[in-house]
Design a protein. Sequence first.
Lengths: 194, 194, 194, 194
Amino acid sequence: MIINDAIAEILENVNQASQSLDQDNLEKAMGVLISSANVFVMGMGRSGLVAKAFAMRLMHLGISVYVVGETITPAINTGDTLLAISGSGQTSTILSTARIAKKRGAKIIAITSYPESLLGDLSDHIITIKGRTKIDSEQNYIKRQINGRHQSLAPMGTLFEITSLIFLDGLIAELMHKMDKTEDDLKEKHNVLE
Amino acid sequence: MIINDAIAEILENVNQASQSLDQDNLEKAMGVLISSANVFVMGMGRSGLVAKAFAMRLMHLGISVYVVGETITPAINTGDTLLAISGSGQTSTILSTARIAKKRGAKIIAITSYPESLLGDLSDHIITIKGRTKIDSEQNYIKRQINGRHQSLAPMGTLFEITSLIFLDGLIAELMHKMDKTEDDLKEKHNVLE
Amino acid sequence: MIINDAIAEILENVNQASQSLDQDNLEKAMGVLISSANVFVMGMGRSGLVAKAFAMRLMHLGISVYVVGETITPAINTGDTLLAISGSGQTSTILSTARIAKKRGAKIIAITSYPESLLGDLSDHIITIKGRTKIDSEQNYIKRQINGRHQSLAPMGTLFEITSLIFLDGLIAELMHKMDKTEDDLKEKHNVLE
Amino acid sequence: MIINDAIAEILENVNQASQSLDQDNLEKAMGVLISSANVFVMGMGRSGLVAKAFAMRLMHLGISVYVVGETITPAINTGDTLLAISGSGQTSTILSTARIAKKRGAKIIAITSYPESLLGDLSDHIITIKGRTKIDSEQNYIKRQINGRHQSLAPMGTLFEITSLIFLDGLIAELMHKMDKTEDDLKEKHNVLE
């Protein structure tokens, strides 16, 4: 079935990405997350859903975290961090938000496939997640037309989004260890009004 | 124009409601909001939007507040308060949430047109906001059919929703005074990432 | 009580705004809303909540409507309309979104206190809603400091937000009439999963 | 690093789940999704984010889809389908929503680890996704205390959530094929206001 091939393609991408993690870089990014007064997360479309999934776990860990665009998100200030997820590193709303955050003295962590992007330039820490993004698929359009090569079974930003989600859930496991938290600590914070 | 009549009907409802405010009751509710460890707000549909508009201002006032259903909302516990907005007082999701909150030791404040409703029964404090609600309009259906009386120009829960919003914004003015906050204090907390 | 004064200040603002409605202009805006393939609504902060409250009623009327930033919002195209709510007319995210929408051939309707703003310049139709907005309150800061004049009891954009909401609910009454819809027609579309 | 072990644990779970897919069952579920007048998706917490990620792609495919709880979601009716994601199959809000949907004549598709759950009982089609869920982790609490066994590196519902997301993205690949859609068809619908 096609579904099995699609899943295999996704897993292959995650596998490759997990082999090129830069430990030093991760340690620094975790240090920033733990020591920030508040962490603000942001992403557009499905990357925004990944940002929210990560934010929920940061809250469970006891880190003060807000989602850009939600109701009770306060002003960002020096001592805070904006974590922005953008495969292309050039989503315009992300860029303008990151510029405001930087001007107000906040640190920026980028999760992107393109460390050399405009978002990368603005960021204090970059976590590079390889994975065909929306813009790759645009650039490949003509090539594919020409040589009739089969399409990816994971359309648009799918590979980047899933790989980022899994990577960030891996980071949660690291943070649990570093902050000496057990699953039961996390559960105590879990929303019960559902 | 019809729009002028509709606005007049809305203003008339707010006016009437504002004349029957119970000062004692309000003082108690404000006391609960100020002294809670965390305030959780909730409403369905347009009442949920009113709840969010109120939550934003509570955050500006420096009160720790969460919206039920948003990403970073933690577990509710003793010492916390759930403020639930429901015109009918019988929205099923609101009731089941209020029951969980109560069982966990939280206080309940209801904003409703029906203090004798199931939600009213569950609540520690009730703020009654008169205003034709969704259920009134249901009960009036047959009557209207029979006597051909003109319809309200504010369909479904509109009067309750707007009156609640204005009332809660009035409460913010009271809270600013009580907490000795100026508009400039509020602005410092206002989200800047827009 | 302060709450009564605050409510009176809000009602006074709505009253004044309702006296300066431009019928011709409204007719044209309604024509655009009814004839659009899809209406997209947008606002930041509490103006965004007003936009959502209006969108819910447009949906009840059977108009195809989307909220910018929600999950299932598709691409905007020629034949569509973006209705943007911004008191100041200069919210940066609103401006960049309006520019994209315009470039793709959509019409723009602005709800703003400042028809001469950047948002006003971009728009095909402007509905002016008077009401002290966030920027007024900023510009008044020094004046207030100097002459010790009492502060507004409706902080930041409150007057603009509430006046816009009531105005848009009045517009719904007009649209019901124009589209020959009864309250019972609207109820049939009302979300039941709550 | 712990992050590598966590990623490996996640991938292992997806791998196992992908080996037990029931083709017949999937074909039927896809038939329901394609032939529904409207698809409504729902989930709480991180499962809700998975539901939204899937809804976005259904929209790109041209299927009429709504997210329960978002602004423009209309009444559900006969001919519609509710797709509910719940690891445990016993989330109370999900159950009460599914009951309303069923009573109104809609079909129910469940994504769950527990086909024999209350949600399973209510559903017309069940897609079983294995993966330690929140309740497993609760039931294992005492066992782990006793035998000091190391904890999962994917706390609470993580394995279920990620496996469901990847599975549903695989389903999108199947649907693209079945509906004869290319990636470029999907892109035409992709939100551009970001």
